[in-house]
Ligand binder design. Structure first.
Ligand SMILES: Nc1ncnc2c1ncn2[C@@H]1O[C@H](COP(=O)(O)OP(=O)(O)OP(=O)(O)O)[C@@H](O)[C@H]1O
Length: 373
């Protein structure tokens, strides 16, 4: 069987792919297009099908139905090694008994490269991830971050056009994660790669991706550039993944086609309708407010919500505070002003930053809140 064409491609297309495990539908007719040069992040809670999507794309799992295309060439019928993808996984997947150099050469050997070519390309890939000088070490002699860089070098050594990464940073501690994240972004840009990247971490998705796909139960919930998903999440579910940590139920007092006034405890807020479905006086709706959008106002000011500070976490330049409203809603806010436990606050939010979705907050969304801190 021949490999995919070495020519540059325009787009990679997943066409209504499904993957079932017995009665579980891990993917349900998922369609997705990835343009050349894009950094596409698949984001969503545990079990929504992110890894299955990547693994079907890579050819590590067969599809139950649907097809995958690289321009006009159908590739889901090709075995993994013929699809031409570089792959990086969460657990590095390095051979512990082989040197760093031999680990990186491995993918090239699989592709039947000669000895000199293997050596040279592996050296070049290690240089790219700044590991020159570590060639003769075993993986066990390296830190987690260095091991993951070896795995990245191995994925890049045969100069693939497309790289697939499944939670590559999740085994690293916070500092290393941020450092390697920047390195992954630099590599993507300088090598002109197309990257498909699985993560459950919204800050990783927002900082790396040119396109974010929020997945839900084996389907695409919303796809778009990070700024678009952040400023206009189409559902409270997507809002949660974009860092809107305050989601709760409120009652509509008055509404037109694009705005609603809602009651929150004894206070009222003006909000923006995010869905085409109309809402009317008396309806329950879900509000989503980002912690950065809750601003301290003068107590008693009209259009503000009263709240009492319960917990204050110091975060250097800003503090994060947990406050409770008169009706018992717990809200989180981020502020650079001095607040202390027990303070009574008035909080203001611009109407365009109070996102309103039809229907009361679902139990699924509440559970999600626990996963997406
Ligand atoms: N080999 C398998 N056998 C049975 N069910 C599976 C298998 N692999 C995945 N699943 C199921 O398919 C669904 C999607 O799993 P998948 O691993 O793709 O989710 P995910 O979004 O990557 O989650 P996580 O972030 O936890 O890795 C889940 O319900 C999972 O239990």
């Amino acid at each position: 069987m021949t490999s995919v064409s070495p020519q540059p491609f325009t787009s990679l297309r997943l066409d209504r792919i499904s993957r079932r495990f017995g009665r579980i539908a891990a993917l349900s007719e998922l369609s997705l297009e990835v343009a050349r040069g894009e950094f596409l992040a698949l984001l969503g809670p545990s079990g929504c099908g992110k890894s299955t999507t990547l693994s079907c794309l890579a050819g590590l799992q067969p599809l139950s139905s649907g097809s995958i295309w690289r321009d006009e060439e159908r590739i889901d019928t090709l075995p993994a090694e013929k699809r031409g993808f570089g792959m990086v996984f969460q657990n590095y997947a390095l051979f512990p008994h082989l040197s760093v150099q031999r680990n990186v050469e491995f993918g090239l050997a699989m592709r039947k490269a000669g000895r000199d070519e293997r050596r040279e390309k592996a050296r070049a890939a290690l240089r790219t991830v700044q590991l020159t000088g570590h060639e003769h070490k075993r993986p066990g002699q390296l830190s987690g971050g260095q091991q993951q860089r070896v795995a990245i070098a191995r994925a890049l050594a045969f100069q693939p056009q497309i790289v697939l990464m499944d939670e590559p940073l999740s085994n690293l501690d916070a500092g290393l994660r941020v450092e390697l994240r920047a390195q992954i972004k630099r590599l993507h840009e300088s090598l002109g790669l197309t990257t498909v990247y699985v993560t459950h971490d919204q800050s990783e998705a927002l900082s790396l991706a040119t396109t974010v796909v929020v997945m839900r139960e084996g389907r695409v919930e919303q796809i778009g550039p990070p700024e678009q998903l952040y400023s206009a999440p189409e559902s409270a579910y997507v809002a949660r993944f974009m860092g809107y940590r305050n989601t709760f139920t409120a009652t509509v007092e008055q509404a037109d086609a694009s705005h609603a006034r809602v009651a929150v405890g004894g206070d009222t807020l003006q909000g923006s309708l995010m869905s085409a479905a109309p809402v009317a006086r008396g309806d329950e709706v879900t509000l989503a407010i980002h912690p950065d959008d809750l601003v301290l106002a003068t107590p008693g000011e009209a259009g503000t919500i009263g709240a009492t500070v319960e917990v204050v976490e110091y975060h250097g330049r800003a503090v994060e505070a947990e406050v409770s409203t008169a009706s018992g809603e717990v809200l989180r806010l981020s502020t650079d002003q001095r607040v202390r436990r027990g303070d009574t606050l008035a909080l203001r939010v611009r109407p365009e930053r109070v996102l309103v979705y039809p229907g009361a907050e679902t139990s699924q969304l509440r559970e999600l809140a626990e996963q997406v801190a």
